[in-house]
Ligand binder design. Structure first.
Ligand SMILES: Nc1ncnc2c1ncn2[C@@H]1O[C@H](COP(=O)(O)OP(=O)(O)OP(=O)(O)O)[C@@H](O)[C@H]1O
Ligand SMILES: [Mg+2]
Length: 372
């Protein structure tokens, strides 16, 4: 078994650190506040939240995890959201009855699947979903919760709420949850700039709706120890300097660190070759090669100016609107850079942390260095 795991929610032994962040999440939510979690893509938001959920459930909270990504319509939202809520109630039949009682515009039907387990499906009483039904479904957690049975609702990929007729739905959501006494909400998502706008823009419904929390990449020392320990678990020695080199090659992003480490492990375990910098670079290159068709297409799609900007960002992402940056990379006006950058951010290619812009996929960055 590969001692590294990427692309899914990770738990121990593939998960490390984040104790402080986890505590903060637990304290904020159990203290009766809502929270929004910010971090660039693939920094480990969802895994961290699952860890916090485990702890919150131990404390007696009922935690409902809901992912907005697969939602494509109001109907699909109602169906999936009610399923997520109902599945966390102890008595299934009672919960389905409560659903029918609290949400008038739908009629839930209890059916038994092939394994004999109860499931439910929903029929919509009217053809069109009206505000009232939507409002009732949003109030469902509050109606099922009580002071002695508090709920935490985790809304992942929350920016996708925009798909559901944008700001109207957003306003309704906010207006409902602000009255919830026994439910607290945790919002997160992988499109940071959209989420950021939702919670930090005065004109938006969720402005000031939650405490803000930013998570960084994993701390260096702990990451080095993790890499060394995981390699050691299958008898492979990884020197500290090499662990550091690996972290750098993976852009210091948790997902890419585990991806590259998995590739290196695979290589080393099947050969007599010792791991060294060359081998780590070779593995990084292999990852780029495997994705090169996609990267070519992605790069090709960008405008000439955006390509120029990407090449500049490979070298530096600091002070990119300054005249010295403009001069160094032969860009034109800051306004042109701003526009090109907005497109790259919108596409999820570039992200920003603490005033610094960076290419979110370190292997795409590598592709630009070697092939573009
Ligand atoms: N605490 C951690 N310890 C070790 N590896 C981690 C940790 N958190 C995340 N990872 C690595 O990063 C990968 C992505 O984690 P996760 O899906 O939780 O991130 P995310 O921020 O929710 O990503 P996305 O932006 O795509 O939604 C994991 O599969 C794992 O390889
Ligand atoms: Mg996630």
């Amino acid at each position: 078994m590969n001692p590294f795991s990427y692309g899914t929610i990770v738990k121990e032994p593939y998960f490390f650190d984040r104790e402080e962040e986890c505590r903060r999440i637990i304290d904020t939510l159990s203290g009766g506040n809502n929270l929004v979690l910010f971090a660039p893509r693939r920094f480990g938001k969802t895994s961290l939240v699952f860890r916090a959920i485990e702890e919150l459930e131990k404390k007696g909270f009922i935690c409902i995890y809901f992912d907005f990504m697969p939602v494509y319509s109001r109907e699909s939202f109602i169906e999936a959201y009610s399923k997520a809520i109902i599945s966390k109630q102890g008595n299934f039949q009672k919960a389905v009855k409560a659903l029918a009682k609290f949400v008038k515009g739908i009629s839930p039907k209890l059916v038994f699947n092939q394994a004999g387990n109860p499931e439910f499906s929903i029929n919509f009483i009217e053809n069109k979903i009206n505000e009232k039904t939507l409002g009732e479904i949003l109030d469902l957690p509050e109606n099922l919760a009580s002071a002695g049975k508090r709920f935490i609702v985790v809304l992942d990929e929350f920016q996708e709420i925009n798909k559901l007729n944008g700001e109207n739905f957003e306003k309704l959501f906010r207006s409902k949850i602000q009255h919830h006494k026994n439910v607290n909400y945790l919002f997160l998502g992988s499109r940071t700039h959209l989420l950021n706008d939702m919670f930090n823009n005065r004109g938006r419904a969720f402005y000031n709706a939650a405490m803000l929390m930013q998570i960084d990449s994993l701390p260096q020392k702990e990451t080095i120890d993790f890499l060394i320990d995981r390699f050691a678990s299958s008898g492979i020695i990884l020197e500290k300097s090499l662990a550091l080199f690996l972290i750098e090659q993976a852009g210091n992003i948790p997902y890419y660190i585990q991806l590259l480490a998995a590739e290196v492990w695979q290589y080393v375990v099947n050969s007599t070759q010792k791991s060294d910098k060359e081998l780590i670079s070779l593995c990084a290159q292999k990852i780029v090669d495997l994705k090169s068709d996609y990267y070519y297409e992605l790069y090709d799609k960008q405008s000439v100016y955006q390509k120029k900007l990407l090449k500049a960002l490979v070298i530096s992402g600091e002070n990119i609107f300054s005249s010295s940056y403009t001069k160094q990379f032969r860009l034109t006006a800051a306004s042109t850079t701003q526009k090109a950058l907005a497109g790259l951010i919108e596409a999820g290619i570039v992200e920003k942390t603490e005033g610094r812009y960076f290419i979110s996929d370190p292997f795409f960055k590598r592709f630009i260095i070697y092939y573009a």
